[in-house]
Design a protein around this ligand. Structure first.
Ligand SMILES: Cc1ncc(COP(=O)(O)O)c(C=O)c1O
Length: 380
């Protein structure tokens, strides 16, 4: 009888043992090379093992491994400037360690600065697993499985994309937390004009607009910020996943107006803004910029539309490198069959929709290889 695993058994894992990863490829312990269209769950914009990130980590560690936020560190300033990306309304960055922590920070500030308690989010959104973020996670299934805090009237939902619901944003609402492109729900795009209408209603009601760009931010949709794609200016934006190329990091970005009202001690974390995380953030943003990867992200989506979206029975949703893939096969079955062809895709909470969250450096040859595997699996 084998020993029980020392790991708490909370993750249903695929039967793959990873040995290493390079670029867009995963190498398994039994020597297989698998094309990674899941990007470590939307985490590896530059691909695996990018030499600039390897160097950044080694040099960063040798130069300044860690200190807390009680001293000044120029690398924090440089990383923050990079993340702000020249925004004309977001002015300040608070570094944290993960997406859920960034959302906790945003919800705290929204409630404290507005003096209101109620938070609205989308009925299909995922925002993380810590208490405030979980309270705003209305995607079906989570409140049954996890201990969602049930504070009367503290949370409410809007049906994603339903203009009628926007009217429900009133002067009891601290903020509307928007998952920019609901991903786990199956990669859903808003109807034209939806976000501007929601933003206008927030302004009328005095509610803050918060964009969760943990997946959609820093280039994944072909714009630096997801909200740019939709023509709105949120008061706060949360980021994580891709920002440090696989090193754990998250960030809360706030407008100048809100930033001026934040007090010492209001937010804080030991590891958030650590010099290694900031050095990695700086490098990821610089490489995206220098290599013109936002344009590459758009080209990847165009390539997928041409070579994958044209296959009979296949439809694509999303934008850039955040893509929903619907086929006649259930997504879990599709993923298993694609793995037989050495291609890894993700699933979603929508049983028929798989997800592609590839690195921004995916090449045309990779797309062609994927299209060929998909044709085989679908019997075309
Ligand atoms: C949109 C969104 N928000 C928040 C989170 C939570 O991020 P983390 O797992 O880093 O806490 C996720 C994670 O999948 C996410 O997709």
């Amino acid at each position: 009888m084998s020993e029980p695993s020392p790991l708490l058994d909370v993750y249903p894992r695929l039967d793959i043992e990873l040995a290493s990863a390079h670029g867009c490829w995963l190498r398994t312990s039994d020597g297989r090379e698998i094309l990674d269209l899941y990007g470590g769950h939307a985490v590896t914009p530059l691909g695996h093992g990018h030499p600039e990130l390897t160097r950044t980590l080694a040099e960063g560690h040798a130069t300044l491994d860690f200190f807390s936020n009680s001293l000044h560190m120029p690398v924090q300033q440089r990383a923050a400037q990079r993340l702000l990306g020249g925004s004309d309304h977001l002015r300040h960055v608070h570094f944290v360690n993960s997406g859920t922590e960034a959302n906790e920070a945003a919800l705290h500030l929204a409630r404290r600065l507005s003096g209101r308690e109620r938070v609205l989010s989308f009925d299909c959104a995922f925002h993380g697993r810590t208490l405030a973020a979980l309270g705003a996670t209305a995607l079906s299934g989570y409140s049954q499985r996890l201990s969602v805090p049930r504070v009367a009237d503290a949370y409410g939902t809007l049906r994603f994309g339903a203009l009628e619901d926007v009217e429900r944003i009133d002067d009891s609402v601290a903020c509307v937390l928007c998952e920019s492109v609901p991903s786990l729900a199956g990669v859903l795009m808003p109807p034209d004009g939806y976000y501007p209408a929601l933003e206008a209603r927030c302004r009328e009601a005095g509610a803050l607009l918060v964009f969760d760009e943990v997946q959609g931010g820093i280039g994944r949709l072909g714009r630096w910020f997801a909200h740019e794609l939709f023509g709105v200016k949120p008061d706060m934006v949360t980021l994580a996943k891709s920002i440090a190329g696989g090193y754990p990091a998250g960030a809360l970005l706030v407008s100048g107006e809100l930033g001026a009202r934040v007090k010492h001690g209001e937010l804080g974390t030991t590891f958030g803004g650590g010099p290694l995380a900031c050095a990695m953030i700086e490098t990821v943003a610089r490489v995206i910029d220098e290599q013109g990867l936002l344009a590459r992200v758009e080209a990847i989506f165009a390539g997928l539309r041409e070579h994958v979206g044209s296959i009979d029975g296949v439809t694509l949703s999303g934008a850039g490198c955040l893509v929903g893939l619907r086929t006649p096969l259930p997504a879990a079955q599709l993923r298993a069959r694609l793995l037989e062809h050495q291609v890894l895709v993700g699933t979603s909470a929508e049983p028929q929709t798989a997800r592609l969250l590839p690195p921004y450096v995916l090449e045309d040859a990779h797309i062609a290889r994927f299209a060929e595997a998909l044709r085989h699996v679908l019997g075309h």
